[in-house]
Design a protein around this ligand. Structure first.
Ligand SMILES: Nc1ncnc2c1ncn2[C@@H]1O[C@H](COP(=O)(O)OP(=O)(O)O)[C@@H](O)[C@H]1O
Ligand SMILES: [Mg+2]
Length: 376
């Protein structure tokens, strides 16, 4: 039977970053209380949560305290020890379980799961030493990308190999760290689809976003993605089918490459995703509210794009410039979100701005004007 968690109950979140904060804001609006487990005190989620537990994510005693305190527990990032979660799971209510963590924490497992569902990924081989790497290159060919099996994000733990000359740079990596080698995909666009599945089995898909990266970090999400209707339908169908076949609950992000008329699945994230932040200001329901509804057993809302939108990520080096621009009258309709991080370090995600406008020409002009002198 579908378990419904009503407002006034407590939602526990493992991880205290911006994704947790943006889950907590609609949760609190609906009248839930929020508890956070996070090593550092006073972070983005703690600032808006009702209860804060400061301990390492893998501290069993702290996890048990969170489960005890909460009527339902979720996570805001995937690099939590899945085995730890499975050990404590029976002590509380964690409807997503540990499987989404176990599947997505390791790139080879994730790709196999996607292939097993019948969807295409880049060709890949597991690499545990230099011998494996050479064999994998023989199969896959140059150019290719070496990625550490786990722990990578924003392009960290990745090396593009164009020829034998690049092997020297990665020798020490493959000698010490499990990796995969992936074929280089000559894509025309990168897109992502956010999909949510409730404990009631309902599935809802958000509009497809087109993503532009800078230095391997998301820079812009443009919605609707500029792709044809057939491809859009295919992307939505992949999302719906993947979340159902993987039997995941909650919000899942799926990154894809567009190659001609085909889609290649790149990565999964079993949580709300940076490329879905536009949903807060441009849709009738955000990826965060939908996630809360999903884990609380409430009916999901059918997402609707109210206005075309562009989300601009604000990293540490962008902050001063972005605030200077945002305070001008011509940008008064741009929605600013800052995550409450104290130090604006280079490449640290400090916030984002969403531009939304019924007229796509005006939208594009406004974003161009805003980005005119945007720091690198
Ligand atoms: N096989 C590939 N072929 C071409 N580009 C890739 C490939 N894999 C990753 N990239 C590029 O690198 C970016 C980051 O890679 P990704 O696998 O998404 O890792 P993460 O987001 O965890 O750092 C992608 O968004 C894409 O631009
Ligand atoms: Mg990625």
């Amino acid at each position: 039977m579908n378990k419904v968690i009503l407002p006034n109950s407590t939602i526990g979140i493992i991880g205290g970053g911006q994704l947790g904060r943006m889950m907590a804001i609609p949760a609190k609006q609906m009248g839930y209380k929020v508890a956070v487990l996070e090593p550092e005190c006073g972070g983005p989620l703690s600032q808006v949560a009702d209860y804060e537990i400061n301990a390492p994510y893998d501290c069993e005693e702290a996890l048990l305290r969170l489960l005890n305190l909460s009527d339902v527990v979720t996570y805001e990032f995937e690099n939590i020890d899945g085995n730890q979660i499975s050990r404590v799971e029976t002590k509380g209510y964690l409807p997503q379980g540990e499987r989404p963590l176990l599947v997505t924490q390791q790139r080879d497992r994730e790709k196999k799961a996607i292939n097993d569902c019948g969807f295409q990924t880049a060709p890949y081989e597991r690499v545990d030493n230099i011998h494996d790497l050479k064999q994998a290159i023989e199969k896959i060919g140059y150019p290719c990308i070496l990625k550490t099996i786990s722990g990578g994000y924003d392009g960290k733990g990745q090396w593009t190999l164009k020829s034998e000359l690049d092997l020297e740079n990665v020798q020490s990596v493959v000698a010490t760290t499990p990796c995969i080698l992936e074929g280089f995909v000559l894509f025309t666009k990168e897109i992502s689809v956010i999909v949510t599945r409730g404990t009631n089995q309902q599935i809802e898909v958000f509009p497809v976003a087109e993503n532009i990266h800078q230095n391997h970090i998301l820079h812009l999400s443009i919605v609707p993605a500029q792709i044809d209707a057939k491809l859009r339908a295919k992307a939505e169908e992949i999302a719906r089918s993947l979340i159902e076949k993987l039997d995941f609950v909650g919000t899942l992000a799926i990154e894809m490459f567009v190659v001609g008329k085909d889609l290649i699945v790149n990565e999964l994230a079993p949580r709300p995703h940076n490329s879905g932040h536009y949903t807060i200001d441009a849709c009738n329901v955000s990826q965060f509210e939908q996630h809360i509804r999903a884990i609380c057993g409430l009916p999901l809302i059918k997402p609707d794009l109210i206005k075309p939108a562009v989300m601009v990520n604000l990293l540490g080096q962008h902050l001063d410039y972005a605030l200077e621009m945002w305070k001008k009258p011509e940008f008064s309709t741009a929605k600013l979100h800052l995550y409450g991080k104290v130090e604006a370090k280079k490449n640290r995600k400090m916030g984002h701005i969403t531009f939304a406008n019924q007229c796509e020409v005006e939208l594009s002009e406004q974003v161009h004007q805003f980005l005119n002198n945007f720091p690198k």
